[in-house]
Design a protein around this ligand. Structure first.
Ligand code: GAP
Length: 445
C-alpha cells in the first residue's frame, strides 16, 4: 500500500465543499473575497477545535476564561498602538490599478515592478491601516468611529483587574478567550489560512517581572505538546524565533509555532513576551491603576504578559492537512484509493456512523433507535443508502472514527459490528454496551 499526503490546498477546498466542511461565503452571489462559511461538518469540527483548546487552558487551576465584546472603546486601539501602528505599506500601480504590499512582493522588492503587469509606473508606498472601521449609533460621524477588534487580546488586558479581583487568583495566572477578530488584510488567501474575519484563541499569562523568560519557555513547551496530543505530526511542526526586525511593537521576545502547510512552513501560533507594554499603556490612557498587589511580599507591580495566540481557522486547516491521506492499493482488479481524514477522534466532527445493512424496517427501526440513544452522548450520523463498502468510505473521508453496522444477527444477539477507521478492524459489541465502549475508546486518545 502507498500512502499519499496532501500536496495542494485545492484538494481540501473541494473536499470541504463536497462534504460540507467549508463553503465560500455568499457563494450564490459569486462569493465574497476571503470569507468562508463553515458547513454542517465544519461547524461541528470547529466547535471541537475550540473545545480542545478551551479545555487545555481553562481546566488548569491557574487560568480563567472570558468572553469580551467585539466592539470596544476606541481609545483601547490608541493605547494598544493599533491606530498608529497596525498597518501595511501599500503601492498602487497607476497602469493596471493593482494594489499590492510593498514589503513582501518580490517583483517590487527586486525590480520596483508591478507584480500584475510589470509596469514601473507606481505610487510611493502608503501605510494602510488593517482595522475595519464602522460608526456606532445612528449618526455617521467621525466622532462615532469604532473598530472591529483586530485581536482578542485587548479584551483581556482591559479586564485584567476585573478577572483578578473577581476570581481572587494570584499572579502568575492566565486569562483565556476565544472570539472573532477582523483584519482588512491586503493579501488574504490560501483558503482559510488568512482571511479578513477569523477566530482567535488567545491566552494572556500574567507573571511577575523577572520570571517572564522562564514562563515564556514553559509556554512554548506546553503549546508544542498540545499539538502533539491532538495528533499533529511532529515532523510538520517547528519553532521560528523572531529576529529583532520581525518583533511586533509590543514584544520583548516572540516565537512562532509553524506548521508545514502545502505552501510551506507558515505561522500557526504566536507566543510572545509582551512585557508590561499593554497594561502600562491602558493604565496611561485610562488613568486607572492596573497594578497588581502581591500580598505575601507586600509589593505592587505591573505584571508582564506571556501570550499564546492561535487562529482557530488556521488550526482547523492544519488539522485537515495533517489528517488527509490517500491509501492506494493495487491488486489484480486494478488500483484502489481509500481517502481517509485521520483526524484525532476528539476533533473529528462525527464520532459514530450508524449503518443498517439493509433498508428493511426490522433493521432500520433498531438502527434508528440506536442512533437516537447514541446521540445523547455523541455526534452521530445515520446512513442507509448504498453498499456498506461505499458507506464506510463516505465516513473515512470525513474522519468518522467508528462505524456501527446493524445486521440481521443484531435481531438475535442484540449486538452490532463496530468498524475502526484507521485499522479497519471490526469487533462485535452488545447494543447496551455501545455507548460506554465508544466513550472508553475516545478516552484512549
Ligand atoms: N494578540 C496577538 C496576535 O493577534 P498575531 O500573530 O497577529 O498575534 C495570532 O495573531 C494568530 O491569529 C496567528 O498566529 C494566526 O493563527 C491567527 N491569525 C492572524 N491573522 C489571521 C488572519 N488574517 N486569518 C486567519 N488567522 C489569522
Amino acid at each position: 500500500m502507498i500512502t499519499k499526503t496532501i500536496e495542494d490546498l485545492s484538494t481540501l477546498v473541494s473536499l470541504s465543499k463536497r462534504r460540507g466542511f467549508v463553503f465560500q461565503s455568499s457563494e450564490v452571489y459569486g462569493g465574497l473575497g476571503s470569507c468562508w462559511d463553515y458547513g454542517p461538518l465544519g461547524s461541528l469540527m470547529k466547535a471541537n477545535v475550540k473545545r480542545a483548546w478551551w479545555k487545555a487552558m481553562t481546566r488548569r487551576a491557574d487560568i480563567v476564561g472570558i468572553d469580551a465584546a467585539i466592539l470596544m472603546h476606541p481609545t483601547v486601539w490608541k493605547a494598544s498602538g493599533h491606530v498608529d501602528g497596525f498597518s501595511d505599506p501599500l503601492v498602487d500601480c497607476k497602469d493596471c490599478k493593482t494594489r499590492f504590499r510593498s514589503d513582501n512582493t518580490e517583483s517590487y522588492l527586486k525590480h520596483q515592478k508591478c507584480p500584475n503587469c510589470g509596469s514601473k509606473n507606481l505610487s510611493e508606498p502608503r501605510q494602510f491601516n488593517l482595522m475595519f472601521k464602522t460608526t456606532m449609533g445612528p449618526v455617521e460621524d467621525s466622532s462615532n468611529v469604532i473598530y472591529l477588534r483586530p485581536e482578542t487580546a485587548q479584551g483581556i488586558f482591559v479586564n485584567f483587574v476585573n478577572c483578578q479581583q473577581s476570581s481572587r487568583y494570584k499572579v502568575p495566572f492566565g486569562i483565556a478567550q476565544i472570539g472573532k477578530s477582523f483584519r482588512n488584510e491586503i493579501t488574504p488567501g490560501n483558503f482559510i489560512f488568512r482571511t479578513r474575519e477569523f477566530e482567535q484563541m488567545e491566552m494572556q499569562y500574567f507573571v511577575k517581572p523577572g520570571t517572564d523568560a522562564q514562563f515564556f519557555e514553559e509556554w512554548k513547551e506546553t503549546r508544542w505538546n498540545f499539538y502533539l496530543k491532538y495528533g499533529i505530526k511532529k515532523e510538520n511542526l517547528q519553532f521560528h524565533p523572531h529576529g529583532p526586525t520581525e518583533l511586533a511593537h509590543y514584544a520583548k521576545a516572540a516565537v512562532d509555532v509553524q506548521y508545514k502547510f502545502p505552501m510551506g512552513f507558515s505561522e500557526l501560533e504566536g507566543i510572545h513576551n509582551r512585557g508590561d507594554f499593554d497594561l502600562t499603556q491602558h493604565s496611561k490612557f485610562s488613568g486607572k491603576s492596573l497594578e497588581y498587589f502581591d500580598e505575601a511580599n507586600k509589593e505592587k507591580y505591573i505584571p508582564y504578559v506571556i501570550e499564546t495566540a492561535v487562529g482557530c481557522d488556521r488550526l482547523f486547516l492544519a488539522f485537515m492537512c495533517d489528517a488527509y491521506r490517500e491509501e492506494v492499493t493495487t491488486s489484480e482488479k486494478g488500483e484502489d484509493t481509500r481517502l481517509v481524514l485521520g483526524l484525532h477522534p476528539q476533533i473529528a466532527p462525527i464520532k459514530v456512523a450508524i449503518l443498517p445493512l439493509s433498508k428493511k424496517d426490522e433493521l432500520t427501526s433498531v438502527a434508528e433507535k440506536l442512533r437516537n440513544e447514541l446521540a445523547e452522548d455523541f455526534d452521530v450520523i445515520y446512513d442507509e443508502s448504498a453498499s456498506i463498502g461505499k458507506r464506510y468510505r463516505r465516513q473515512d473521508e470525513i474522519g468518522t472514527p467508528f462505524c456501527v453496522t446493524v445486521d440481521f444477527d443484531t435481531l438475535n444477539d442484540q449486538a452490532v459490528t463496530v468498524r475502526h477507521r484507521d485499522k479497519m478492524t471490526q469487533e462485535r459489541i452488545g447494543c447496551t454496551q455501545l455507548s460506554s465502549y465508544i466513550s472508553e475508546q475516545l478516552k484512549r486518545f
